[in-house]
Design a protein around this ligand. Structure first.
Ligand code: FAD
Ligand code: DLZ
Ligand code: SF4
Length: 508
């Protein structure tokens, strides 16, 4: 009897564990577009379209390679609407009782497969550098799980940018060279774009009809949906943008939301590219003298460092991670996160980029939308759902530790030793947003004061007990304490008033 081989929408790699273990002549691959996955949050239409198109192409490729594939399209009349439902239906049709799966990237789905009445084996997802056991081993007996230490071990294990056991260039980390403010002009035309073919067009029509109400623009759609395209996009980045990736990694520009970023997270997370090929391409550019060490080291650190570390944290912390809320924040996410009007140019621009592209780069996510939500005391679970919805690269294993941990400090400091907060000053230094803003970043109180300036101090004041003894935050408290009582009262009063207007839905 044949076994079923489950391949999920973000497992589109021909050497995924379940396929490696399966028998091409005997077993049947099951892939399914299902409402339960397409609606656990209201995903950006581009995210759904990208995945469905990539899934359809992957299924076609598997068939070409000799696999039998039972593929369910969303509109199939028999579609049961969930992954376990489709497994049961196919099991009955094929007379199978056994399922080979690769572990999903979300507790919800892992549990759903555990609860499925078939005999489901969840094999490890070994498309990652660090297995669960490897990360647990690293984490055990450590008081603090700092990414940098983990990263160095990953450098040694992969040999990436290593020379005779020493880090290339003599240092592990070149970040102090990587914090340049926004350049006046960008000499890079942005990520490679792909014209939709027939398969993509068909999916776009489907997504438009079924998910047209979700936040985000479906068209124009220019993402890669197959490995050959994704590899071209990678090569394009390595050649044209990687050399400046480091310099402008933290910069933000109103007219250009891509800067020198790779724009490959969707492809990597869904399985169209592997971390190995991305890192090897970057390392090779450095070896050839085409990209400087600060760029290549910074880039590789994001992938074998941050990405692997975040996944480790998600699985180490367990299924309740997304409900952590150590700071007891409970405000609702304001409507301008879904494109409602706001006078804050930085937030408006980051949300607009997100709506257009299902993409924003790291500093927009962290220091604009994330920073604002944290300062304003938004319920971290709502923030988490927003990030899971709006970005085409968002799956819980990577989104949650970035949002709940890094961005919202809701895990109490597992990921970050201090909260990522800043006043308007930081945004002004790193971007050109403030020049075109209704508010004045230099104004601290009164008419036109930048809300980030007000909310920053209000946050510190509100959470004094937790943070004032943090050695990296002492300076901020000393500055706050040096202000006259009257000024502090004004700031806190105006912050409160701003949040009140925001909660009433006034344009702020
Ligand atoms: P680049 O800036 O060019 O970086 C190269 C690659 O490094 C990325 O493709 C990505 O694979 C990896 N990487 C970089 N930073 C991180 C990180 N912090 N965690 C994991 N991988 C990283 N990334 C996701 O893939 N999915 C998410 O849902 C997601 N949510 C985020 C939410 C918040 C609040 C923050 C602050 C960051 C989030 N990130 C997420 C990390 C990062 O912002 C994106 O990976 C990155 O913006 C993707 O764009 P890029 O390919 O142009 O990346
Ligand atoms: C995100 C997503 C969406 C929108 N749709 C599907 C789908 O219809 N079928 C499927 O197999 N996977 C889909 N996915 C990806 C899953 O949600 C993802 O595998 C889990 O969140 C685990 O990472
Ligand atoms: Fe954002 Fe303040 Fe600058 Fe406006 S002035 S863009 S709100 S940081």
């Amino acid at each position: 009897v044949s076994r079923l081989v489950l391949v999920l929408g973000d497992q589109l790699s021909p050497d995924i564990h379940a396929l490696r273990e399966a028998d091409r002549d005997e077993d049947v691959v099951v892939m399914a577009e299902v409402m339960s996955e397409a609606s656990y949050v209201r995903h950006h239409p581009k995210k759904i379209a990208f995945l469905f198109a990539a899934m359809r192409k992957f299924a076609a490729r598997l068939r070409q390679d000799g696999w039998t594939v039972d593929y369910t399209e969303l509109d199939d009349t028999e579609n049961t609407g969930s992954i376990p439902g489709e497994l049961l239906r196919r099991a009955e049709q094929r007379g199978s009782a056994e399922v080979l799966a690769t572990e999903p990237g979300e507790w919800r789905l892992i549990e759903a497969l555990n609860d499925c009445p078939l005999d489901v084996t969840q094999l490890s997802d070994d498309r990652f550098l660090a297995s669960h056991a490897r990360f647990e081993d690293w984490a055990k007996d450590r008081k603090e799980l700092r990414m940098e230490w983990f990263y160095r071990e990953m450098r040694r294990e992969t040999g990436l940018l290593m020379e005779d056991g020493e880090p290339a260039g003599g240092k592990w980390n070149f970040d102090h060279e990587n914090r340049k403010p926004a350049p006046g002009e960008i000499d890079y035309g942005g990520p490679m774009e792909f014209t939709p073919d027939e398969i993509v067009e068909e999916v776009l029509d489907l997504v438009e009809a079924r998910f047209g109400e979700n936040f985000g623009d479906l068209r124009p759609f220019a993402l890669a949906t197959e490995p050959v395209q994704a590899r071209r996009a990678l090569t394009h980045f390595v050649k044209n943008a990687l050399p400046k990736f480091g310099d402008y990694q933290d910069a933000m520009l109103e007219v250009n939301g891509f800067l020198y970023h790779a724009h490959v997270s969707f492809y990597l997370n869904a399985g169209l590219l592997s971390w190995q090929e991305i890192c090897e391409a970057a390392e090779e550019a450095w070896r050839q003298g085409d990209a400087p060490i600060n760029a290549v080291e910074g880039f590789i650190r994001q992938i074998i460092g941050w990405r692997e570390y975040m996944r480790g944290i998600y699985f180490l912390q367990g299924p309740d991670y997304t409900s952590r809320n150590i700071l007891n924040h409970d405000r609702d996410l304001p409507g301008f996160y879904w494109g409602g009007e706001t006078r804050m140019n930085c937030v408006g621009s980051a949300v607009r980029d997100t709506k257009d592209h299902a993409y924003a780069h790291h500093i927009q996510r962290l220091m604009v939308t994330g920073n604002f939500a944290l300062l304003a005391g938004i319920d971290p679970h709502q923030v988490h759902e927003w990030y899971l919805e709006v970005y085409a690269d968002a799956y819980e294993w990577v989104e949650a530790p970035n949002v709940i941990g890094m961005s919202q400090f809701a895990d109490g400091g597992v990921v970050g030793s201090k909260p990522y907060i800043s006043s308007g000053n930081y945004i002004d230094r790193m971007s050109d947003y403030c020049a075109g803003c209704h508010y004045d970043v230099k104004t601290k109180t009164g008419e036109g004061a930048c809300p980030f300036n007000l909310l920053y101090w209000a946050f510190l004041d509100r959470h004094r007990d937790r943070f004032e003894r943090n050695p990296r935050m002492g300076n901020m408290y000393r500055t706050w304490d040096r202000m006259k009582d009257e000024k502090r009262d004004t700031i806190l009063g105006e912050a409160e008033e701003f949040l009140g207007r925001m909660e009433k839905g006034e344009v702020v």
